[in-house]
Design a protein around this ligand. Structure first.
Ligand code: ATP
Length: 268
């Protein structure tokens, strides 16, 4: 039986992780998160352990590229699923406003009431215009057979850049085949989404979005020229980025595997 977070002492060594896990569980009870979202979260947690649960310089560099790509886009859009909506609604709304990229609800598991529950979560966080809601017209992406083929005609359908946090590989592949640029945020550098995307940020979305907001504000405050943003995007190579991300795991595990090191770290 899972202990509820309010039963946990504040100084519990995994308190933060348990708070987040609890948010996801509550999100499932409120219909925002799909049952499969719990499994996806668990996979994310496992990968986060493997990178030491912190953001590395390679991920920060990739975030700069992603923000530059969002600012260069003509019609950017941010695709939202249940896990993302429950984990960081405020940051999603802030990043969407800063980059002029609407939020579009796009789900794999379309249980009755889920779109409404996600819409309410985003509205409470301050979202004004939300695409993909129940009252909106939908069009199909022909390359896809899942629920996610139903997209908003003012959002994913016409977007040139789609940011897809915590995505499934099939849709990333379909979006790429439609000629769109895809930015993924995913802790697992090996899954198909990460491999298919143009820009893959290998980090926890909870840590990544606040950093991306700061990067965006910095670009905007400095009036960074489009030419400079284009250079940042053009110099980027996602294959190299994914190799670097795998090396982060190898190096981290290499350090831990030195005799007794892991136990020493845990004790301190
Ligand atoms: P694919 O179809 O792309 O091979 P998959 O079947 O793993 O991948 P999903 O079930 O949609 O696709 O996966 C969800 C992904 O989200 C997992 O790869 C997991 O690592 C990642 N993930 C979960 N929580 C987080 C988080 N908080 N931040 C970043 N990534 C996360």
């Amino acid at each position: 039986m899972i202990k509820m977070v309010d039963e946990l002492p504040e100084d519990h060594p995994r308190a933060e992780s348990l708070h987040i896990r609890h948010k996801i569980i509550e999100g499932m009870h409120k219909l925002v998160v799909a049952e499969a979202g719990l499994i996806a979260h668990g996979r994310g947690e496992a990968w986060d352990y493997l990178i030491g649960e912190h953001t590395n310089p390679n991920a920060i560099n990739t975030m700069k590229v992603a923000v530059a790509q969002m600012l260069l886009a003509k019609s950017p859009v941010i695709s939202v699923n249940g896990n993302v909506a429950i984990l960081c609604p405020n940051e999603l709304v802030e990043f969407s406003k800063l980059t002029n990229a609407p939020l579009e609800i796009n789900l794999f598991y379309g249980k009755k009431g889920r779109i409404e529950a996600i819409t309410e979560t985003l509205r409470k966080a301050g979202a004004e215009k939300i695409l993909g809601t129940v009252d909106r017209k939908k069009e199909k992406i022909p390359e896809l057979s899942s629920n996610r083929r139903h997209v908003d005609p003012e959002g994913i359908k016409i977007a040139d850049v789609v940011m897809v946090p915590l995505e499934d590989g099939d849709r990333t592949e379909a979006l790429i085949k439609q000629g769109k640029k895809v930015i993924a945020i995913d802790l697992n550098p090996l899954n198909r989404t990460s491999q298919w995307a143009d820009i893959t940020i290998v980090d926890n979305i909870i840590r990544a979005l606040p950093i991306m907001i700061e990067i965006c504000k910095e670009f905007q405050q400095k009036n960074t020229e489009r030419g400079k943003l284009t250079d940042i995007v053009e110099q980027f190579d996602n294959k190299r980025n994914l190799s670097n991300s795998i090396e982060v795991v190898i190096n981290y595990l290499g350090k831990l595997s030195k005799k007794g090191k892991y136990l020493e770290m845990k004790k301190n």
